[in-house]
Design a protein around this ligand. Structure first.
Ligand code: DQA
Length: 165
C-alpha cells in the first residue's frame, strides 16, 4: 500500500479564516487503484480524496472535489470557482499536455492554482514533458504519488495564507 502522510493537525492556527478550495481531477483519474498501478499507485481516488479532506480540515480549509473525464466540465467548474473558492488544486491528467482551453480558464479566473501529478511527468514520454498548465500555475508538484496532492494542498494553503497576511 502506498503510504499517505497527513499534515500535523497542530498546524491549525486559531483565528485564521477557513479557506475554500476547489480540487479537480482530470480524465481517467477515476480509475486510480486499477489503472497502471506501477505508475500511479494502488490508492483509489476515494482514498486520496479522504486524505485531502483530512489534511484540509487540519489546515482550516474546506474542499469541493470534482473528477471529470470531460474538458468542458472541468472548465465550467473553474469558472464557477471564481465566485466560490480562493484557490485551485488540479491534476489535469492528459489534458495537461493538450488543453489550451483549460489553461485559458485558469488564467481567466486568476485564482492561485497548484498543478499536481502522481507520476514525474518530466521523466516519462516526451509528449508528457510539456504542460500547458504550468505557466499559469503558481507551482507544480510531480512524481510523489498520492503525496503530490497533499504536498500541493499544503503549498496552496500556505501561499494563500501568506498572501492574506
Ligand atoms: C498524470 C500524468 C499524465 O501524463 C497522465 O495523462 C495522467 C496522470 C499524473 O498524475 O501523473 O492521467 O497527470
Amino acid at each position: 500500500m502506498d503510504p499517505l502522510v497527513v499534515a500535523d493537525p497542530t498546524a491549525i492556527t486559531p483565528g485564521l479564516d477557513i479557506l475554500s478550495l476547489l480540487v479537480l481531477h482530470g480524465p481517467n483519474l477515476n480509475l486510480l487503484g486499477v489503472r497502471e498501478v506501477g505508475i500511479y499507485g494502488s490508492l483509489s481516488l476515494e482514498q486520496i480524496d479522504q486524505a485531502l479532506h483530512q489534511q484540509a480540515h487540519s489546515l482550516k480549509a474546506k474542499l469541493e472535489i470534482l473528477q471529470s473525464n470531460h474538458e468542458g466540465v472541468l472548465i465550467d467548474a473553474i469558472h464557477r470557482a471564481r465566485q466560490q473558492h480562493q484557490g485551485i488544486l488540479i491534476n489535469p491528467g492528459a489534458y495537461t499536455h493538450t488543453s489550451i482551453a483549460l489553461r485559458d480558464a485558469i488564467a481567466g479566473v486568476g485564482l492561485p492554482t497548484v498543478e499536481v501529478h502522481l507520476s514525474n511527468i518530466h521523466r516519462r514520454e516526451a509528449f508528457r514533458q510539456h504542460s500547458y498548465i504550468a505557466a499559469v500555475a503558481i507551482g507544480q508538484i510531480s512524481g510523489f504519488g498520492a503525496q503530490s496532492y497533499l504536498l500541493g494542498l499544503q503549498a496552496l494553503i500556505q501561499h494563500l495564507r501568506l498572501q492574506a497576511s
